[in-house]
Design a protein around this ligand. Structure first.
Ligand code: AMP
Ligand code: MN
Ligand code: MN
Length: 361
């Protein structure tokens, strides 16, 4: 079947898919009208369309996995798809071996005015960095996300704050498009799902999440290998760096109205001393948040201005065990995220930034 014929067939295929799918796995608040609008955006593409998929800055497993899984699904429909993310355009472990990476193009050569733009795992347009302008130049756009704080910055919104990951929404979209899960799509969606549920440990790990995981695994995935790559493997130098960071952690039992704060930091000098790249710090917050005396955990990662400590730039990660809404704190400081996992970018000396966080808590 030609691509045009395949896409023309989508209208029926999609309707049949919805009918065959039965009740959605996640009783999300995405309205049928939004699903219909998303399917129409795909169905009504011109001949030889330009389709660009984008995800948030410094993409994590959910951003990349959702984007590439969706990209592979659209490619199965015969649609030409390209995917990108804002600079620094660098794929780092453990996400450098995801299926679908062949769809990635440098943002510098990504279509300037695609017919369709689809955004993944970004709560607001500024999370798309310099690619945010594509929202204005694209023919139409679909925002696929699960942040409660989503600002609905596109034309069509598939946003389900009850979904454990953006990939939960992507799987529903692919089902409605009539795309069957193959092993490559499943690996992308599984990486996304296990990243955002902290390996199926966090609050939104519902029965429906496990059902979805089961369907993904049934395509032939090897969960032990994927989990080890995602969570249990890092260079020896990174292990030693974690040791330094944990040794200097501070516990403040009285902070956050007595709920307790534990925090630590990693500098560019720490990375250089251990010969490590910034990406190894992604799991650092998980090592710090184990302190049982604190509800809130915070890790500050220096990203720029090492020579002038007073003008440092920090990527700040915040986590709560349940008592504190850290998304509120992060939004107040210019960032965003979820109630129990959020972050923001800060500028200034380490002590100043920590004082800001303490005050916001
Ligand atoms: P992280 O601590 O980097 O793993 O981020 C946790 C969550 O916070 C992410 O999933 C995002 O939703 C959000 N987040 C982190 N950094 C930012 C930021 N600079 N701006 C907005 N949201 C952020
Ligand atoms: Mn994300
Ligand atoms: Mn996510």
């Amino acid at each position: 079947m030609s691509r045009a014929a395949q896409v023309a067939a989508l209208a029926t295929t999609a309707a049949q898919a919805v009918a065959a799918a039965g009740p959605a796995t996640e009783a999300g608040p995405i309205a049928e009208a939004d699903w219909a609008a998303a399917l129409a955006a795909v169905r009504d593409l011109p001949a030889d369309p330009e389709i660009l998929l984008v995800c948030h800055l410094n993409p994590d497993g959910d951003a990349l996995g959702s984007m590439l899984g969706c990209g592979l699904g659209l490619a199965q429909l015969g649609l030409p798809v390209r995917a990108t993310f804002p600079p620094p355009f660098e794929l780092t472990p453990p996400f450098d071996r995801l299926p679908g990476s062949e769809l990635l193009v440098d943002p510098a050569v990504a279509p300037a005015a695609p017919d369709l733009l689809i955004c993944f795992d970004a709560a607001s347009a500024n999370r798309l960095g310099e690619l945010a302008g594509r929202l204005d130049t694209a023919g139409t756009s679909i925002v696929v996300d699960h942040h409660a704080s989503n600002t609905r910055f596109g034309a069509v919104h598939l946003v389900d704050p009850g979904a454990a990951a953006t990939s939960v929404v992507v799987e529903q979209l692919l089902r409605r498009l009539g795309v069957p899960l193959d092993e490559a799509i499943a690996e992308c969606l599984y990486v996304a799902l296990s990243t955002d549920t902290g390996s199926f440990k966090f609050d939104l790990t519902t029965p429906a999440v496990h059902e979805l995981a089961a369907r993904l695994l049934a395509t032939g995935l090897r969960p032990a290998e994927i989990s080890r790559r995602l969570f249990d493997s890092r260079p020896f130098g990174a292990m030693k760096l974690y040791g330094d960071v944990l040794a200097r952690a501070t516990l403040e039992p009285d902070a956050a109205d007595g709920r307790g704060l534990v925090w630590s930091y990693a500098t560019l000098a720490d990375l250089a001393r251990h010969g490590q790249h910034r990406h190894v710090l992604e799991g650092l917050i998980d090592a710090v948040r184990v302190a049982e005396e604190a509800d809130v955990a915070c890790v500050l990662k220096q990203v720029a201005h090492a020579s002038d400590p007073d003008r440092s730039e920090w990527a700040v990660s915040l986590r709560s065990k349940g008592a504190v809404d850290v998304a509120g704190v992060a939004v107040g400081l210019g960032g965003g995220g979820h109630r129990l996992a959020a972050g923001f970018t800060a500028h200034g000396a380490l002590d100043e930034v920590v004082a800001l966080i303490r005050a916001a808590l």
